[in-house]
Design a protein around this ligand. Structure first.
Ligand code: DI6
Ligand code: FE
Length: 453
């Protein structure tokens, strides 16, 4: 296993961040805010300020209107003119796994299809073997580096699926790793994706495997490991009838569901998911008109995953115009996984959602904030407003549309997670001014330490 782990991309370990004491009052001045607080528009506040109390936003608005904060006990941060958006929400990731699949990428470039590789026993199964061989602590270390990379790109809330263990013990191990990642301060929502692929010991017995998953689910749930349940509904994975049994088991536990639906073909997964009031249907490239209508009626979010679309060199576009017309909320996430979307940049996905799926920059940024939060059932984040969780991301951009415009480089200056600047500023460290701020505009940012090169 060690060999596999060492071959993975180097990254920085993720340190835990202590939560802000509930009474800690902080004022974050000299910012350009994009609040996204209304149903449309960026909600720009030039020369804005935010007051946080513990992990919540207590006030925000033009700095000139800052309420009197009293004498003592208020910690001041000068953001040096940085753009501040809600912390990004990555609502679809498979962050916990061993190994990687660069060799399959080469095979696909030579003409093999994703489905060919999966049918030949590669694909998800090869990641399952590497994940089973890894210890919980090994998985925690590598997934922690991945999470840090996501956070360094502005992410403050992340959904993490299991799905590479495919046994009672190994799925439990991956879900525990996901839960432990939540100790870092970043919000982690866990999803059981045991119905991801058929493990080798169940070859030819898919229905028996689904029976097993339905028996295991209450056990993971009883251990507090599951926030939601997902499945892969596809020719190469599980049928709607099999997924329905997993969803019924989830519903019996009161767990919300979501679905990998119509990624490679239309199997009517969205309609099935709608019957269980799914939080989201994800991928949806092959979604039909009936699927769009079902999602609209169920209030499900359409989770767009342009990283997988790009990496698989897909050409079938999700029906964006029909989704928009039906008023189905559009979300955007990384789908980070070793087989079809090995990316750790949500800002890059915002860019691809615009270029490949023709979202507007505002739609794409909403997709990675407020609508992604909705896809997780979280109403307390994704916008900047009084009462919301104090999660925000700082950028060197002058305008939020630049989040969609630039690609492939890192413009995130840092994040504030539950009212705490991360990574925490070492006492006495002098920080350079944020990139992109005009000279003489203010003091250096009091907070985001520069990343190591
Ligand atoms: N759809 C995907 O894109 C990933 N899982 C899924 O259900 C792919 C997972 C992998 O190839 O490892
Ligand atoms: Fe996925």
């Amino acid at each position: 296993m060690t060999e596999l782990l060492e071959s993975f991309e180097p990254g920085l370990p993720l340190q835990a961040v202590a939560a802000a004491p509930p009474t800690a009052r902080r004022v974050w001045r000299h910012a350009r805010l994009a609040t996204l607080a209304d149903a449309a528009g960026w909600g720009l506040v030039e020369r804005g300020a935010i007051v946080t109390e513990g992990a919540r936003i207590a006030w925000l608005g033009p700095e000139a209107d800052l309420p009197a904060l009293g004498a003592g006990g208020v910690e001041e941060h000068d953001l040096g003119g940085a753009l501040v958006t809600p912390g990004l929400v990555d609502a679809h990731t498979h962050l916990v796994y061993g190994g990687h699949r660069a060799h399959e990428f080469e095979l696909r470039l030579q003409g093999a299809s994703y489905e060919d590789i999966a049918r030949a026993g590669g694909g998800i199964r090869s990641t399952v073997a590497a994940t089973r061989a890894a210890s919980e602590d090994e998985l925690l270390a590598i997934a922690g580096k991945r999470l840090r990379t996501l956070r360094d790109g502005g992410v403050t809330t992340v959904e993490i699926k299991s799905g590479y263990g495919l046994s009672l013990e190994d799925e439990g191990k991956c879900l525990r790793v996901a839960r432990r990642l939540g100790d870092t301060g970043i919000t982690v929502r866990t999803t059981s994706l045991a119905a991801h692929a058929l493990p080798p010991e169940f070859d030819g017995r898919a229905d028996d495997y689904i029976d097993a998953v339905c028996q295991w689910l209450p056990q993971w749930h009883a251990q507090g490991l599951v926030d939601a349940v997902d499945a892969f509904c596809e020719r190469i994975a599980f049928s709607p009838a099999q997924v329905e049994r997993v969803f019924a088991a989830a519903a019996a536990l009161g767990l919300p569901v979501k679905l990998h639906a119509e990624q490679l073909s239309d199997s009517g997964g969205a309609q099935l998911a709608a019957r269980f009031e799914a939080l989201s249907c994800d991928h949806v490239e092959w979604l039909s008109d009936a699927g769009v209508a079902a999602m609209r009626d169920a209030g499900s979010v359409a989770m767009l995953l342009p990283g997988a679309f790009h990496f698989l060199r897909e050409t079938k576009l999700p029906p964006i115009a029909a989704l928009r017309e039906a008023g189905v909320p559009l979300a955007v996430s990384t789908d980070h996984n070793p087989g079809t979307s090995p990316t750790l940049s949500l800002p890059l996905m915002i860019h691809l959602a615009c270029v490949d799926f023709r979202l507007t920059p505002e739609e794409a940024v909403r997709g990675a904030t407020v609508n992604a939060a909705r896809a997780l059932g979280l109403a307390d984040r994704g916008t900047l407003a009084a009462g919301q969780r104090a999660d925000f991301a700082l950028w060197s951009h002058a305008h939020p549309r630049e989040l969609a415009y630039w690609f492939g480089h890192d413009a995130c200056l840092g994040t504030v997670v539950a009212g705490v600047m991360t990574p925490p500023c070492a006492p006495g460290t002098a920080l350079p001014p944020p990139r992109g701020t005009r000279a003489g505009q203010g003091r250096p940012v009091a907070g985001p330490a520069r990343k190591s090169p």
